[in-house]
Write a new protein. Structure first.
Length: 185
C-alpha cells in the first residue's frame, strides 16, 4: 500500500539566526514596537512579526530564535524581516548566519496503527498509554522523533527540511507496512 500519497502539513518551523554582535535588549525593547524585555522573568527580548507571522526571541549574544512559521520560504522571509527591524532600531548587524533548527510536521497515514505492536517492533520507543496515547519513536536516520497515534496520525519533530520530514514519515510508513502494524480500511 506504499503507493498512497502522503499529505504532509508543516505545523511549526524554528529558525535560528545570529547577527554577529551583542544586543542591548533594554534599548531594543523601547525601539521595537510591542517588544517585551523583563530580565527578571526571561533573559531575552520577545516580539512578534505580523507578516509573515512569527514570534521572535532575541538574546544579548546576538542569537535569535524565530518560531511559528509554516514554510521554509516564510522562515527565510522572517529572518530577513528581523534583520531589517534590528537595523531600523540602530543595531549594527554584521553578518547574519541563519538556518532552520527544527521543523514539526504532521501527516495521516490513512490507516489504523497497532501502537502496542509499533512500540515493541520499532525499538527506541517509549509508550506509556496511561500518560500519553502515542508511541514516541526516535528514528536514527534521518534523526527525528515521531509521535505515532493509533488513528494513523503522525507528528514528526527534529527535521531540518520539509523534504527530510517527508522522507522520515515515508520510511516509517514502509516499516509499519512491512511489519503488518498498519491496517488500511
Amino acid at each position: 500500500m506504499s503507493g498512497r500519497s502522503l499529505e504532509l502539513r508543516v505545523e511549526n518551523i524554528v529558525a535560528i539566526m545570529n547577527v554577529g554582535c551583542d544586543l542591548d535588549l533594554a534599548k531594543l525593547a523601547h525601539k521595537i514596537p510591542g517588544a517585551v524585555f523583563d530580565s527578571e522573568r526571561f533573559p531575552g527580548l520577545i516580539f512578534k512579526i505580523k507578516k509573515p507571522r512569527a514570534s521572535v526571541l532575541a538574546f544579548r549574544t546576538g542569537r535569535i530564535v524565530c518560531v511559528g512559521m509554516r514554510s521554509e520560504v516564510e522562515a527565510l522571509a522572517v529572518v530577513k524581516k528581523v534583520t531589517e527591524i534590528l537595523k531600523d532600531a540602530g543595531v549594527n548587524v554584521r553578518e547574519v548566519k541563519a538556518g532552520i533548527q527544527n521543523i514539526v510536521t504532521s501527516a495521516n497515514l490513512g490507516g489504523t496503527i497497532n501502537v502496542e505492536g509499533a512500540a515493541s517492533a520499532l525499538g527506541k520507543t517509549m509508550y506509556e498509554p496511561d500518560q500519553f496515547p502515542a508511541v514516541i519513536y526516535r528514528m536514527d536516520e534521518p534523526k527525528v522523533t515521531m509521535l505515532i497515534f493509533s488513528t494513523g496520525k503522525i507528528v514528526c519533530a527534529g527535521a531540518k527540511s520539509e523534504e527530510e520530514a517527508s522522507k522520515a514519515i515515508e520510511k516509517l510508513r514502509l516499516i509499519l507496512e512491512k511489519k503488518g502494524i498498519i491496517k488500511y480500511a
